[in-house]
Design a protein around this ligand. Structure first.
Ligand code: UDP
Length: 463
């Protein structure tokens, strides 16, 4: 009798990574596999405020991330998290894999899907005899850029705020500029960007190359969106599965709903407020789970948005504005007919709402895909990492939005938001992309077929 395939899914413990690996887990459950979803103790406790639906083939486990409980785990401390996961987290993960025989009624784990930013997670699994697949939660275009870091370093092409062209990333020679290259988080309030070889870029470059050692690479993208980048990536990997957008793929199945993945409590009240707004009249503003802005930047966004005259729904996480509350008070004073502020929104429902006309985003890959799937034009103001590449693709390749990139200025915000709200060309491109993505995840579409191929691949890897 064929052994039951049981996949341990291990995301890097940040919201954007948890979200799409959660969708992947749901798709695998829908296909009849067993899934162990591995959180950190810290995150599992945060999730525990939300009820998890019963799913007999799903198990949630956790390991320590190695940081003290009161550690901020914010974007300024990502290196602490990386270091402690590599040591304490890695040791606990090894012990867990080594002891994973039949437990709690679940068959033994037969395969690991580990977030590719944790190279150790692939190595440790293979060392204890479990085949490991790498999953990268970023776009193919940014994966390819990270894959090209060694070449970029050789050419001296580092991220700087300049329009100088970049030649070190295959297929992007015509439009990639130095300012589009991934780099470390902006320091809130810093007027200038940091330049030079950034250790985070080098580290991401190395772990991206390392994904080539895994049995395969899974990307949350679709062939229709990123064919060129995928073609350049394929020769460097043992196999590549393009299964995205996973939030939509998972939603079309039998709804095994892995469990809730949100580390924040969603404020659903904004949906009723949206119901009262005319069609395509609202700007949705969210800069994701990690971005931190200064009071000055908040004021620029606020003034730019107010000048457009459009109503807006703004996600302002409690930890999002560095150093002070004056700006926050200013935003709250505007709340009423024209504006609504929430700590955390049900973003996919918001983007699906008929009242939303455009999305001012940091161009995180989940947000970019969620907007693309709903055909919502975007204005991109980026904070760090892959966002800088995604936003360039939004404006110059997909033409579904406007890239303001590293400029936080009220006049620029106003102009970009007007353009995204009013341009027929941008709206048409966004609509066409949404239609295509819906075909990709529907039965027989490219991403849906890739999920089936992945499930067969996992079953083959399972003894
Ligand atoms: N998100 C959400 N509510 C919010 C803001 C964000 O549910 O108010 C979700 C969003 O739908 C996305 C994720 O958080 O799935 C953010 O991931 P992304 O890759 O866009 O950015 P990151 O947070 O990793 O920078």
């Amino acid at each position: 009798m064929e052994a039951a395939a049981h996949v341990l899914v291990f995301p890097w413990p940040l919201q954007g990574h948890i979200n799409c690996m959660h969708h992947l887990a749901t798709a695998l459950l829908d296909a009849g596999l067993h899934v162990t979803f591995l959180h950190t103790h810290h995150n599992l406790q945060r999730l525990a405020t939300h009820p998890a639906p019963a799913q007999p083939r799903l198990r949630l486990l956790s390991i320590p991330d190695g940081l003290p409980e009161d550690h901020p785990r914010s974007v300024a401390h990502l290196n602490d998290l990386m270091d402690s996961m590599r040591t304490t987290g890695s040791a606990a993960y090894r012990a867990l894999l080594a002891s994973s025989s039949n437990k709690d009624g679940h068959p033994p784990v037969t395969c690991v899907i580990a977030d590719g930013v944790m190279a150790f997670a692939v190595d440790v699994a293979e060392e204890v005899g479990l085949p490991a697949i790498a999953f990268r939660t970023a776009s193919a275009c940014s994966f390819l850029t990270y894959l090209s870091v060694r070449r970029l370093v050789e050419l001296g092409e580092f991220p700087i705020p300049s329009d100088q062209p970049v030649s070190g990333v295959p297929g992007m020679e015509g439009f990639l500029r130095r300012r589009d290259l991934p780099r470390a988080p902006r320091r809130a309030g810093s007027a200038t960007d940091d330049c030079g070889v950034d250790p985070m870029l080098l580290n991401m470059g190395e772990c991206t190359v390392h994904s080539g050692e895994a049995r395969a690479l899974i990307l949350n993208t679709s062939a229709s969106m990123e064919a060129a980048a995928l073609a350049h990536i394929a020769p460097h990997m043992r196999d590549v599965f393009s299964v995205g957008p996973l939030h939509a793929a998972a939603g079309t199945g039998t709804k095994s709903a892995a469990t809730t993945a949100s580390l924040w409590r969603e404020d659903d009240g904004c949906m009723a407020w949206l119901d009262g707004q005319p069609d395509r009249s609202v700007v949705y503003v969210s800069l994701g789970s990690l971005t931190v802005i200064s009071e000055e930047q908040l004021a620029e966004f606020l003034s730019g948005l107010a000048a457009t005259g459009y109503a807006f729904l703004w996600v302002l996480r409690p930890d999002m504005v560095a150093g002070g509350t004056t700006g926050l008070t200013a935003v709250k004073m505007l709340v009423g007919e024209k504006a609504r502020v929430v700590h955390w929104a049900p973003q996919r429902d918001v983007l699906r709402h008929r009242a939303v006309g455009c999305f001012l985003t940091h161009a995180g890959w989940n947000s970019t895909l969620e907007a693309a799937y709903e055909g919502v034009p975007t204005v991109c103001w980026t904070f760090f990492g892959d966002q800088l590449i995604n936003s360039r693709f939004v404006e110059t390749v997909w033409r579904t939005g406007v890239d303001i990139k590293d400029v936080c200025d009220r006049a620029v915000v106003e102009k970009a938001v007007r353009e995204a709200m009013e341009s027929g060309e941008i709206r048409a491109a966004a609509k066409a992309m949404a239609l295509q993505l819906k075909l990709d995840v529907a039965d027989g579409g490219s991403s849906s077929s890739e999920i089936k191929r992945l499930v067969a691949f996992i079953k083959e890897l399972s003894p």
